[in-house]
Design a protein around this ligand. Sequence first.
Ligand SMILES: *Cc1c(COP(=O)(O)O)cnc(C)c1O
Length: 358
Amino acid sequence: MQTDWLTTGPSVRKFEETIALFAGGVPHAVAVSSGTAGLHSAMFALGIQPGDEVIVPPMTFAATANCVLYQGGMPVFADVDPGTLLIDPEKVENKITSKTRAIIGVDYAGHPCDWDALRDIADRNHLALVADSCHALGAEYKGRKTGTLADMTVFSFHPVKHITTGEGGMVLTHSAVLDNRLRLFRNHGIASDSHQREQQGVWHYEMTDLGFNYRITDFQSALGISQLAKLPEFLKRRREIAARYDAAFSDVLHVRPLDVQGEIRHAYHLYVVRVPAEARTSIFLKLRQEGVGTNVHYIPVHLHPYYRQRLGTGPGLCPVAEDAYKEILSIPIYAQMSDAEIDHVISRLSVAVQEARG
Ligand SMILES: *Cc1c(COP(=O)(O)O)cnc(C)c1O
């Protein structure tokens, strides 16, 4: 905070290096102004354009699909697995056409997708693989960290995520070519930033592509660096809370946590349970009334009015996600949560479910 830098300065590069190192030594990381900016930049870096299709899951925040539309491409929804609500590799395979260019997997709730299966499909069909890991900073898949599992991985540092910079995001990649494209897009499509030009003593610059101002500031990056130091502690606490919920709900009728595969380490951005569909809304309202901050993640993207009107999507397109949507409830999970608060949520939810079931 005490340096002279406000926007792009040394803290941005340091933040990028710190996240890249944390995510298992990925060689390239590009910090941007939000997770959404990161997803958009990833679509640009791949050269997504009108006529291209990108396969996405419906059980996600709208930005996962919106980023394809920003580039003029077409998001194609592939349904999710009923146990984990993660994109189902078999459904992905069924959606591939001659126009498909990429797959975006979403590590929903903090549980990594089946990245080996997605990689296999991507390789066999010459598709790019993008990870929307906005829920999954610090998660692992078969001993490999999120950040290393796709051609590009996007993280968000919005305040609801594991660590925050107010607004912010980052794209990680093993590819120097993609890294270069991401940096170009972040800065108006201009090849080098003013600092580099100053060092080179050159006034000349060229805009070669239509980019945006998607830069993050130096002071946000400084905050990100200090936040990242606390992440191991945050993750540890989130996993403890989840374990306590798991144990408690194994005894509660009609409260069913999502499946967790054995080969992963969950980051628990969300803790999602399924309750009977006919009782979900009354349970939600009762908990909210009692000051227990529940929510529903997510309304399937293809059911939003914009998608229905523009793409003609609607009910029946992804029945697994649509059925799950009627039953899901996200219950409180955050690093500062006390044991007493966890027990309070467990008892309030258990009572609300019994009451709603009559
Ligand atoms: C938060 C989030 C985003 C968008 O990130 P912002 O930083 O808010 O732009 C995208 N995808 C998913 C799954 C998210 O949870």
